[in-house]
Design a protein around this ligand. Sequence first.
Ligand SMILES: Nc1ncnc2c1ncn2[C@@H]1O[C@H](COP(=O)(O)OP(=O)(O)OP(=O)(O)O)[C@@H](O)[C@H]1O
Length: 282
Amino acid sequence: MPTTKPILSVKRLSKRFPIYSDGVVRRVVDNFTAVNDVNFDLMPGETLGIVGESGSGKTTCARCVLRALEPSEGEVIFQSRNGPLDLAQLSEKQLKPLRQEMQMIFQDPFSSLNPRMTVGETVAEPMLIHKLSKGAALKEQVVSILEKVGLAAEHLNRYPHAFSGGQRQRIGIARALIMKPSLIVADESVSALDVSVQAQVINLLQDLQEEFQLTYIFVAHDLSVVKHICDRVLVMRKGEVVESKTTSELFSNPEHGYTRSLLSAIPSPDPDIPLQPIAYKE
Ligand SMILES: Nc1ncnc2c1ncn2[C@@H]1O[C@H](COP(=O)(O)OP(=O)(O)OP(=O)(O)O)[C@@H](O)[C@H]1O
């Protein structure tokens, strides 16, 4: 029987940022460890949540995985179309063709789109940069992907300001999807949206996952979002993973006090039950 290999295998991943002196000539005086010894495997088609309060290292970890940042230590073994590669060891030139296979959807649908580019130009741009298509064929691909995300050909020549937050998020998803990635990192991509719009975008991401066999990493503050979309969750605190479990285990049996405090901060559907603040102390 064929065994499925992880699409991503992250081992001992760490990221340190330099701390500089204040003087005119800046010197590195120390390092700040934003991510420390993170390990996980991600299977094709799975969705992994990375949660934790602000500053816990979620985004830095995700950016190191995509090599938007260079890890200080560790391995990031990615099953590319041409076999497994350690992204942590590759040069920018070697990474360029792999960038198509790994895409990011950004947090804020209001600032992540260029206001001077039409929807058509925005979605087509990565294909042009990677010289994957052009002309009438590209226009056809753009229209087809817009339709997949619930937009239409009539939106091609409009600018982002003409769209709602949820529609802008769909434009961002189309821009990522047109590259035919296998791995998508969504960094707080729905947190800026109203709850009902969030639900629509999450449903769309789930439908696209099934249709295109996508693997997701979902970076989020909001555990209620994670609960609906993720198979497994890493809970990060101060750069370290404090708990790593399937979503149902995490919600039914949170072991770490920090995880419990995050869970208790999920807004209750009952408005008479007040919100509990995060109050985890060591
Ligand atoms: N380029 C950088 N230089 C120095 N420190 C950085 C840099 N990027 C992030 N940090 C620090 O690393 C820590 C982790 O930041 P990160 O953005 O990964 O956290 P996060 O959990 O994603 O937070 P948020 O939910 O607010 O986005 C923070 O203390 C942050 O200030």
